[in-house]
Design a protein around this ligand. Structure first.
Ligand SMILES: Nc1ncnc2c1ncn2[C@@H]1O[C@H](COP(=O)(O)OP(=O)(O)OP(=O)(O)O)[C@@H](O)[C@H]1O
Ligand SMILES: Nc1ccn([C@@H]2O[C@H](COP(=O)(O)O)[C@@H](O)[C@H]2O)c(=O)n1
Length: 233
């Protein structure tokens, strides 16, 4: 690979941006950064330390000193706080219920922005590129990335996917998907594509088709500067 490759992917909850971005990073042998996992780690740590997630000053201070380590190998991404692996814990219902409260704290976002840019740069330095996904990557964290994608899917498709993933009734996923998007969209714009951002609608695509759709956008954006896997050429 001859050029640093930063692929920024945003989108609402349940569009598949995390799982698809991870598969794309694997296909391209570059780093993978799940920025939502960073906010989840902070939310978990607040709960673990008895900090009220709505106490903005305490949460911001906690974030500043958080010993957060993100493993960015797309074959086995990891999340650790103070040396403890919390990959499973950050996906709990308790964390999902409060993550928007810490992520809408503007001091927290400023701190996360710095950490995320460092991690993206590290992926470029060590692996020639990073696929970073979240809600403000195309607009705030990496607005100059050569590839910027907004992944979308209908509400029905997103709720159905989450329902299948968690093995719960579709209606039970509403708060995790729709209500969380509403809270998150007070600080980030991830429902419509910013200028220069390519929309990939996965409503009617299966997982593999979504991966291929993203790889096609990558190829169109960076042409022959990268070595795409044979199936994506
Ligand atoms: N195109 C697709 N078709 C069907 N299922 C998919 C597709 N893309 C992803 N999925 C499945 O949907 C579920 C949700 O995907 P994923 O967690 O990647 O979404 P997300 O956008 O990152 O959500 P969140 O922002 O809430 O973390 C997973 O079980 C994933 O395997
Ligand atoms: N760039 C981002 C990414 C995530 N968030 C917040 O984190 C929450 C969890 O994200 P998941 O992708 O793991 O569901 C999300 O609900 C947002 O509150 C963010 O603010 N910016």
């Amino acid at each position: 690979m001859s050029k640093p490759l930063v692929i920024a992917v945003d989108g609402p909850s349940g569009t598949g941006k995390s799982s698809v971005s991870k598969a794309v990073a694997r296909a391209l042998s570059v780093s993978f950064l799940d920025t939502g996992a960073m906010y989840r780690a902070l939310a978990w740590s607040c709960l673990n330390d008895g900090i009220d997630p709505s106490d903005t000053a305490r949460v911001a201070e906690h974030c500043r000193t958080l010993d957060l380590a993100m493993g960015t190998d797309p074959r086995s991404p990891t999340v650790s706080v103070s040396g403890r692996r919390i990959d499973r814990e950050i996906r709990s219902e308790e964390v999902t219920a409060v993550v928007s409260a810490v992520a809408t704290n503007l001091d927290v976002r400023a701190d996360m922005l710095r950490r995320q840019r460092e991690l993206i740069a590290e992926g470029v330095a060590l692996k020639g590129g990073t696929v970073a996904e979240g809600r403000d990557i195309t607009t705030v964290v990496a607005p100059d990335a050569p590839v910027r994608i907004l992944m979308t899917a209908s509400e029905e498709a997103r709720m159905a996917r989450r329902s299948k993933q968690l093995k719960v009734a579709v209606e039970q996923t509403r708060s995790q998907i729709i209500d969380r998007d509403r809270a998150d969209s007070t600080v980030s714009q991830f429902t419509t594509a910013a200028d220069g951002v390519v929309t990939v609608d996965t409503s009617h695509l299966n997982f593999e088709q979504s991966v291929q759709a993203v790889l096609r956008v990558v190829k169109e954006a960076v042409g022959d500067d990268i070595n795409l896997p044979a199936e994506a050429r």
